[in-house]
Write a protein that binds this ligand. Structure first.
Ligand code: 5AD
Ligand code: SF4
Length: 440
């Protein structure tokens, strides 16, 4: 009997990549491969790359370098690379030159070609580099092997048209295109039938979703809200310039829409925002925050902030600190600006020295952590509905899950199961999570 071949996928980057890796896993499973947690003994390794910041690049090259040893000892070992980095010609050129032992390179627009690429590598023993420069269509109906049993990512649109001056995504993921609403609805119905309780709608800018029948994003949420079995609806990411009153209203109107919005602000300085091509001001952002809290008083607001964008002065940075204090973000992802080849900001003068960037970064993180701690403390004494995600490995009586506001809660309980909703009394808080006890 032929030995069953195995695969391992390593994923860098955002939820879009995680979702793509689920599709890759689905395609490989259909081909008869079985998942293998150990990359060194798998028959095929796929590395799904991210190019949004420089540290993701370097982590990828580190991992790739280690694979040469495995390839030398097992020449039949297949190494495939995909994801955003592969959409950049200079990266593909570097792979060809420095890593000629890589077997397959494909991009974000042709995942569906993977089975054919693998077959030709195995049967014809030839290397395949197939990247489609910029995607326009959407390939539907691909299989998927989900990462989680009770929650699922659902793509509603692909690509981005915003061209923020620091960002590589519009070049690697192509122009905005929305899926047909009916396809999304039937995918979610099927997920509900399969036991999924929570869905996260994915898109680089979900607010500009436009269904072929004219349905916008709030209408899509209203339709999804009616699907039986689904208990929670989340989405990411929203661009402040497109956050409509209708969507803000959906937080009070649609019972399943979780009271959490990830609304990247990037900077609190109007002049930096302008040079980033963000198309809103600090005052516009504050107005949105006011409206969100009016529509849904307990909504949690999280964000992304870039420190050290070219030309950022001390005064600009103070504006970011003051915005963070005014908004009181529940939490934030903070990034040191990193130059991305081919983006407009690559050519901006006035790059901020590394030392200054780090000093500002540390100050910002200090302020943000203080705010997170204060926000989390306010949960103490409340009873929150938690969707159970897992059990602690070391203490079997401790479980974890999230509030609808996306707070991570570790709680004590008698036996509960993943996917169940339980009432938990919050008894303590930290910067990044809450602790509690299930109300028996
Ligand atoms: N440098 C630093 N951070 C970046 N991001 C995107 N591009 C860059 C860059 N060149 C951050 C933004 C975005 C998040 C996903 O990554 O904050 O919202
Ligand atoms: Fe990048 Fe801006 Fe598009 Fe977000 S909205 S993916 S930051 S270009």
């Amino acid at each position: 009997m032929a030995k069953i071949k195995t695969y391992k996928i390593i994923t860098f980057g955002c939820q879009m990549n995680e979702r793509d890796s689920e599709t890759i896993a689905g395609l490989l499973s259909e081909m008869g491969f079985r998942e293998n947690p150990d990359r060194d003994s798998a028959d095929i390794l796929i590395i799904n790359t991210c190019s949004v910041r420089e540290n993701a690049d370097s982590r990828f090259f580190g991992t790739l370098g280690q694979m040469k040893r495995v390839k030398n000892s097992r020449p039949d070992f297949i190494v495939g690379l995909c994801g955003c980095m592969m959409q950049q010609q200079h990266v593909v050129d570097a792979i060809k030159e420095k890593y000629p032992w890589v077997d397959i390179v494909f991009g974000t627009h042709n995942l569906h070609e993977l089975p054919e690429l693998i077959t030709s590598v195995i049967s014809e023993k030839r290397k395949r580099i197939e990247v489609i420069p910029c995607g326009e269509g959407i390939v539907e109906g691909l299989p998927s092997k989900r990462l989680h049993q009770f929650k699922a990512f659902v793509n509603i649109m692909y690509g981005c048209d915003n061209f923020c001056t620091y960002c590589i995504v519009p070049f690697t993921r192509g122009r905005e295109r929305s899926r047909y609403p009916e396809r999304i609805l039937s995918e979610v119905r099927a997920l509900a039938a399969d036991g999924v309780k929570e869905i996260t709608l994915l898109g680089q800018n979900v607010n500009s979703y436009k269904g072929a029948d004219g349905a916008g994003f709030p209408e899509l949420i209203r339709r999804l809200n009616g699907i039986e079995g689904i208990e929670r609806i989340r989405f990411m990411t929203s661009h402040p310039k497109d956050l409509s009153d209708e969507l803000i209203g959906a937080f009070s109107e649609c019972g399943k829409l979780c009271r959490h919005i990830h609304l990247p602000v990037q900077s609190g300085s109007d002049s930096v925002l302008m040079r980033m091509n963000r198309n809103y001001t600090k005052a516009d952002y504050m107005k949105l925050v006011g409206k969100l809290r009016e529509s849904s008083p307990l909504i949690s607001i999280t964000t992304d902030i870039i420190v050290g964008f070219p030309g950022e002065t001390d005064e600009d940075f103070e504006e970011t600190l003051s915005l963070a204090r005014e908004v009181e973000f529940d939490s934030a992802f903070t990034f040191l600006y990193s130059i991305r080849k081919g983006t407009p900001a690559e050519r901006f003068g006035d790059q901020v020295p590394e030392g200054v960037k780090h000093e500002r970064f540390n100050r910002l993180v200090g302020v943000l952590n203080g705010i997170s701690l204060k926000k989390n403390k306010a949960y103490e004494g409340r009873v929150e509905k938690i969707l159970v995600e897992g059990q602690s490995k070391t203490d079997k009586k401790t479980y974890s899950g999230r509030t609808d506001t996306f707070k991570l809660v570790n709680f004590k309980s008698t036996e509960v199961h993943s996917g169940e909703s339980v009432d938990v009394r919050i008894t303590g808080s930290g910067t990044f999570s809450l602790v509690g006890e299930a109300d028996q």
